[in-house]
Design a protein around this ligand. Structure first.
Ligand SMILES: *Cc1c(COP(=O)(O)O)cnc(C)c1O
Length: 369
């Protein structure tokens, strides 16, 4: 299919970044800096500083970051993990695979965890509350922390979609004990393949994660226990470091695009749109995605497709309706409804103003406006 507007546009991204990135790649390879070299250390330092965290540990992907955290915290059978069903499966799979039991709560109007439900969801068995800053918007962390504190649980933030988002001037991923980030190519900060990181202010935890990601190694020939191979590839770290320097302007670009969508779609009563970039004084959302909802979702997606616009449904089946996961005892009506109605419009840094306007106008036309 020849799209007029791609959901994400990797070829255009490469055209724009080629001249900047090729020398970075060339130099890294030419120096032989392939594993755990200074490019990784530099990136970790810059990433921690960007977010206002004490430490960043680069890992192979966000899922592995959560896996190493679950291991480091010794999560296991008998532990409960409180999270949501409207998320990527990797938010909870690393905990479940260690034997923990997921407890899923419903979501609110902004597609994020309804923190008002947490008081009834946590118990003395709750080991961690895992909020997800979905679509680049920060969960109400005061409420999350209060609920976790009430039962002595930890808070681990799945910030895979929210690098750079803030709540009350504080960066997402700095509220809990630790937060995990994905640098999957389509994320806020993307690698040219898989990559991720764990951020934390806890020095001992960061040191433990450094060992766990590299077979338990603490010195060249010394192991402090069993570990994994979950290193962040050094070449990817070099690429990510170059891109991180440009992230602030890319976040601004995403917010500009969200402004275009919001202004053009605000008065279409048949759809619900995200909170606009200028409409929530407490938050700076970074618009990893721009999801709209309508009961006519499938026909709208077909209409947009016919106009050459690529969209994405994240996710058509919530975790508790996935037959293979054994979570079908949960009743989460707002999550279930959202999965029937949600549709993400194209959102990426390379999207031009007139493309965003074309997308918004196509949505309006579908509803006869
Ligand atoms: C992308 C994503 C992940 C997984 O990240 P990977 O780097 O692909 O492992 C986890 N949680 C959420 C919310 C995500 O969007």
């Amino acid at each position: 299919m020849d799209w007029r507007v791609r959901f994400v546009d990797y070829p255009e991204q490469w055209r724009r970044q080629r001249d900047g990135l090729l020398p970075v790649i060339e130099e890294t390879i030419a120096r032989g800096d392939l594993m755990l070299r200074r490019q990784l250390a530099d990136f970790e330092q810059h990433l921690a500083a960007f977010n206002g965290s004490a430490r960043a540990v680069g890992v192979s992907n966000c899922t592995d970051g959560l896996r190493l955290l679950a291991h480091a915290l010794d999560v296991g059978p008998g532990d409960e993990i409180v999270s949501v069903a409207h998320t990527f499966v990797a938010t909870i799979s690393p905990f479940v695979l260690r034997g923990a039991t997921p407890v899923l709560v419903d979501i609110g109007d902004d597609h994020l965890m309804d923190t008002g439900l947490l008081a009834d969801a946590v118990t003395e068995r709750t080991r961690a509350v895992v909020p997800v800053h979905l679509n680049g918007r920060t969960v109400d962390m005061t409420a999350v922390q209060r609920a976790a504190d009430a039962v002595g649980a930890l808070v681990i933030e799945d910030a895979a979609q929210a690098l750079g988002a803030t709540l009350d001037g504080r960066t997402s991923g700095t509220f809990g004990l630790a937060s995990t980030y994905s640098f999957y190519p389509a994320k806020m900060l993307g690698a040219l393949g898989d990559a991720g990181a764990v951020l934390t202010d806890d020095q001992a935890l960061a040191d433990r994660l450094l060992a766990l990601r590299d077979h338990g190694r603490v010195a060249k020939a010394e192991l402090d226990g069993w570990g994994y191979n979950c290193r962040l590839d050094n070449l990817q770290a070099a690429i990510l470091d170059w891109r991180l320097a440009r992230l602030p302007q890319w976040i601004e670009r995403r917010r500009e695009l969200a402004r275009i969508y919001t202004e053009r779609l605000r008065d279409v009563p048949e759809i619900r749109i995200p909170v606009g970039p200028d409409d929530d004084p407490r938050r700076r959302d970074v618009y990893q995605n721009y999801p709209i909802t309508t009961p006519d979702r499938d026909r709208l997606a077909e209409h947009l497709r016919a106009d050459g616009i690529e969209t994405l449904i994240s996710w058509p089946i919530p975790l508790h309706r996935q037959k293979g996961l054994g979570l079908e005892h949960f009743r989460l009506p707002r999550t279930e409804r959202l999965c029937d109605e949600v549709l993400s419009l194209p959102m990426h840094v390379e999207l031009a103003d007139d493309q965003a306007e074309y997308v918004a106008d196509s949505v309006r036309r579908f509803f006869g406006r």
